[in-house]
Ligand binder design. Structure first.
Ligand code: AVJ
Length: 341
């Protein structure tokens, strides 16, 4: 298995980005840093919380529609998952792919080694499947996918779990465009997106009564303390989730409970906090089904199918690359207009 970039380079990036982002106003930390070994386990626990419906809703939609999804793709098909997590969802597709005999290769892209290990394990029972893991970011993962692609195989990219929700516009559209640019006619993209729902439901999903999400959020400070020698007092930062309706996103914050200074020697900085000042650690954008379709269209995809779980308010959208229309100019349509194709 590949493990790139090298560990010390990754640590340098972490230090540089912590220093840069804690100097911003408002202070921030990037959500990709949640996923060290403990953070990945806490995220897996979140997926099992009764208040966090994304994972269950998506797995159900996948089980129900795996066959019609895979029917769109010829043999052999290579499946690429961006942010593979535990690999459970991939296993649902691999199961259907094994029955059809079409899925031959899987590429896993995740910044968490824990996630790649778990996914590799979840796929072990599919003997005929070649599994390659790339421990890296989405952007460099996409480059590796382009390099590793077999000429005779179609590619199905999975971007599930509402992982796209961590990308602020216009980065969301730019990222879909970069996926589109690595694909060829008859390839596809399966996109999972959480939908706008009543505020109490959203807040319970991101501030659960068991405190697992709070632990997940605070763990980024634990990571800074361990990897960068930081001096964060965990008791002096509170977890907060807020729904920003105008921007259609849930934000997670770590709020300082007092005036304090925190030294982070590994990032060569000391950070001052006022009481009630927050570190903005994550945005999780929520969508409407038609906005997902419009987003995909603007990135150059053709809509093939969309399935919505009306109760959990979650959508799975299958986009395709059409042989001729694929490379057209971006469509100009308003966010609320129905897709034109
Ligand atoms: C993995 C980014 C989709 O935003 O819902 C879970 C991460 N954050 N609880 C999300 C998360 C708080 C999750 N994503």
């Amino acid at each position: 298995m590949r493990t790139s970039p090298a560990r010390h380079e990754a640590l340098d990036d972490f230090a540089d980005e912590v220093r840069r982002d804690l100097a911003l106003s408002p202070k921030q930390l990037q959500s990709k840093y949640f996923y060290d070994a403990l953070g990945s386990c806490l995220f897996e626990a979140i997926c099992r919380l009764p208040w966090y419906g994304i994972t269950r809703a998506e797995q159900e939609l996948l089980s129900r529609h795996a066959d019609s999804i895979l029917a769109r793709f010829p043999a052999p098909t290579a499946v690429v998952e961006l942010g593979c997590g535990s690999g459970e969802k991939l296993a649902i597709l691999a199961e259907a792919g094994a029955k059809r005999g079409t899925v031959k290769q899987v590429q896993l892209i995740d910044i968490s080694p824990t996630a790649i290990e778990a996914s590799t394990r979840a796929l072990r029972r599919f003997r005929q499947l070649s599994v390659v893991g790339h421990r890296t970011t989405y952007a460099s993962g996409l480059r590796l996918v382009a390099e590793h692609r077999r000429d005779d195989a179609a590619t199905l990219v999975l971007f599930l779990g509402s992982n796209i929700g961590n990308l602020d516009p216009p980065a969301d559209e730019e990222f879909l465009s970069s996926i589109r640019a690595t694909l060829r006619p008859r390839d596809g993209l399966l996109l999972g997106t959480d939908l706008v729902k009543p505020e109490p439901d959203l807040l319970a999903a991101y501030d659960d009564p068991l405190g697992v999400t709070a632990a997940f959020n605070r763990n980024v400070l634990v990571r800074i303390n361990r990897e960068l020698g930081g001096g964060f007092d965990l008791g002096a930062f509170e977890h907060r989730a807020i729904w920003n309706g105008e921007a259609r996103r849930v934000e997670m914050h770590l709020v300082s409970t007092r005036d304090q200074k925190v030294r982070i020697p590994g990032a060569r900085c000391t950070v001052s906090f006022r009481k009630d000042e927050s570190i903005w650690t994550e945005s999780s954008y929520k969508y409407e089904p038609h906005r997902v379709l419009a987003l995909g269209a603007r990135a150059g995809f053709t809509r093939w199918a969309q399935w919505v779980d009306p109760e959990a308010r979650f959508a799975l959208t299958l986009f395709g690359v059409e042989p001729t229309g694929g490379a057209m100019a971006p469509e100009r349509e308003t966010a609320s207009a129905p897709p034109s194709r």
